[in-house]
Ligand binder design. Structure first.
Ligand code: LLP
Length: 385
């Protein structure tokens, strides 16, 4: 972990802040580019995971496309200089003005998640006097064996169009004159550590693609989404996720002819390169004997533990004490669920110590809020300290 090595320097910055290990980010990008090139796979970065300018600038250097979930994310990607033809835009509820904007930008594909949306894109494209490239986001009905809060591809989920509905309405879909259906898209969930679920996904995709083929669809690419998990338990053991394993499963099980295969990784690209650095404000013990460490970060900087019960490894990076104790680490927000973790074994911790909350590069800063009128956290980059 970077913070342990630069703890002295970190004392000069106002806490809480995100610390980004740019060298690790670059090594992660090198790995995903190298491994994907072996199979000629195309990788998009899911910008929702972290849209920090410095990070996006580096990701752009490696030639990745961008996966967006809102009109503003599409705008951000374009402003940061990403090629429109490398941008895909998914989302169950796109507003008319977002669709009009995306249509005008001529991005790679708008990934439609309902038939009503598909018909609307057709209508708005006609209005704009153009033909729009779209992909069908189909719900594959797969259990990704992850936290239920972040699965997206089960039959009852709000994401994607049901495959049955597509089959029922084939003629209506094919009658649309102002769209080109060029891709199939799916995303089964996030933080997937049991990689065999991707085998099931591939087998479903094979059937869907073969059926759509025989019905006369002309798909140019298959986008199998993101979801590769990271090691929150012991991040030091696996700072760079195992892209090679996932690609080799997809290479072995996916059978879609010579179509392009796309991925959309968020967490696996930026998750491990970010830490949330926070200062201990107070120590106290509850009447029940629970030893609390109150830090100056909270769920407003990193909401994942409060929102999904997610685990992040925590370490005291400035204490020199040999002795360890068990603590409950809580934040400053006026919410009882504002707890980073319980029973954390830390070196004896006192007011003023710095703690790192690890693996916070993805869905940390991008989900920060101003509840309690907290300031948004700042960022410190390893290549600038
Ligand atoms: N593609 C689509 C269509 C998605 O919805 C997502 C994430 C991704 C790609 C990127 O997935 P990743 O590679 O990062 O797993 N806030 C939650 C995660 C929400 C994920 C939403 N969709 C968390 O903090 O765990």
């Amino acid at each position: 972990m970077l913070s342990r090595h630069v703890a002295d320097k970190l004392q000069n910055y106002e806490t809480p802040f995100y610390l980004y290990d740019i060298d690790l980010l670059r090594r992660t990008l090198e790995s995903v580019v190298y491994e994907s090139a072996k199979h000629n796979y195309k990788v998009h970065y899911a910008i929702k995971a972290n849209y920090d300018d410095h990070i996006l600038g580096i990701i752009r250097e490696y030639g990745l496309g961008i996966d967006c979930a809102s009109g503003n994310e599409v705008r951000k990607a374009l402003e940061m200089g990403f090629d429109p033809k490398g941008i895909v835009y998914a989302g169950v509820g796109k507003r008319d003005k977002e669709l009009r904007y995306a249509i005008a930008q001529k991005i790679l594909a708008i990934n439609c998640e309902s038939l009503e949306e598909l018909f609307l894109v057709d209508e708005l494209s006609k209005e704009a006097g153009c033909k729009t490239d779209v992909a069908l986001r189909i719900n594959p009905d797969i259990d990704p064996k992850t936290n239920h809060c972040i699965d997206t591809g089960q039959a009852d989920s709000k994401f994607g169009i049901s495959y049955e509905e597509v089959l029922e309405r084939v003629s209506d879909i094919q009658a649309l004159e102002n769209i080109n259906i060029i891709g199939l898209h799916l995303h089964i969930g996030s933080q997937i550590r049991e990689l065999h679920v991707f085998e099931n996904m591939c087998e479903k995709v094979n059937v869907i693609v073969a059926n759509l083929d025989s019905l006369g669809f002309n798909l140019r690419f298959v986008d199998v989404g993101g979801g590769l998990g990271i090691n929150y338990d012991v991040p030091e053991n696996e700072p760079i996720p195992n892209f090679a394993s996932l690609f080799s499963i997809v290479n072995q099980y996916l059978s879609v002819g010579d179509r392009e295969v796309h991925f959309e990784f968020g967490r696996s690209i930026v998750g491990e390169c970010g830490e949330l650095i926070t200062k201990v404000l107070f120590n106290k013990t509850t009447a029940t004997g629970r030893r609390l460490v109150i830090v100056d970060a909270s769920m407003t900087e990193l909401v994942r533990p409060a929102m999904y019960g997610s685990y992040h490894n925590i370490e005291n990076i400035t204490s020199q004490e040999e002795l360890r104790s068990k603590y409950t680490v809580v934040g400053t927000a006026c919410e009882s669920t504002d707890v980073f973790d319980e029973n954390v074994s830390l070196r004896k911790t006192k007011r003023g110590d710095l703690l790192t909350i690890k693996s916070a590069g993805a869905y940390g800063m991008s989900m920060a809020s101003r509840y309690n009128l907290h300031d948004l956290p700042s960022a410190v980059y390893s290549d600038e300290i």
